[in-house]
Design a protein around this ligand. Structure first.
Ligand code: BEZ
Length: 209
């Protein structure tokens, strides 16, 4: 069954490049990004894993752990690591789940048979400190993901979890935000002491809290 926003992220125990781990224990009270890619020794995936490795400090700054998944065995993952380092200049610095029996992939509905019977699509799950799914993304095998966008989304998810705000199109950390409609004008004056501009009665903008 599909894993949807607000669901508890399914737990599992699996072999990874950093040994056998239990997902919920490994994650602890951090946020996490769980992402799948189709196969080892494939070109787009090689670039993606290097890109995520390069951004590990940026994820860590957001108290977010990253973990990848592919349906190949862990021995293949270890052999592939050298290529990732050679091509991207970044060594794999986060666990990569080996899922040859597709147990975890099926748990998270990462195999889309009309795209491929055997390989996982490029799924992303952002999971909050409370183990609930906050965001899902699905890309096809042919399109590498933009992991800077993932950092941007995590900034929004974490900000909107703390304050009664939403973030507009193309928002970036530090920019003005939108006060959610459920907050009355009177309440907004108390909650947002720097004030707000009502562009419409339902569209009130306030500085980044
Ligand atoms: C890749 O990662 O490059 C890839 C994997 C499967 C199909 C197409 C591209």
């Amino acid at each position: 069954m599909a894993v949807r926003l607000g669901d508890e992220a399914p737990d599992f125990t699996a072999e990874t490049t950093e040994g056998r781990l239990n997902f919920h224990q490994w994650k602890g009270a951090s946020w996490a990004v769980l992402f799948s890619h189709p196969r080892d020794f494939t070109p787009v995936c090689t670039t993606e894993l290097g890109a995520v490795a390069a951004l590990k400090p940026d994820f860590a700054a957001r108290e977010t752990k990253v973990i990848g998944l592919s349906v190949d065995p862990v021995e293949d993952h270890h052999r592939w690591k050298g290529d990732i380092m050679e091509v991207t200049g970044h060594s794999l610095n986060f666990p990569l789940i080996a899922d040859p029996d597709r147990r975890v992939a099926n748990l998270y509905d990462m195999v889309h048979p009309n795209a491929s019977d055997t390989a996982t699509v490029r799924s992303v799950f952002v999971i909050g400190a409370d183990n609930k799914v906050k965001l899902t993304l699905t890309y096809p095998a042919s399109t590498g993901r933009n992991f800077q966008e993932l950092l941007r989304v995590i900034d929004s998810l974490q900000l909107t979890a703390r304050h009664s705000v939403a973030t507009p199109a193309d928002w970036k950390q530090g920019e003005d935000v939108i006060i959610v409609p459920a907050v009355s004008d009177e309440d907004a004056k108390k909650r947002f002491p720097r004030g707000f501009v009502a562009k419409k009665p339902y569209l009130r903008v306030t500085p980044h809290p």
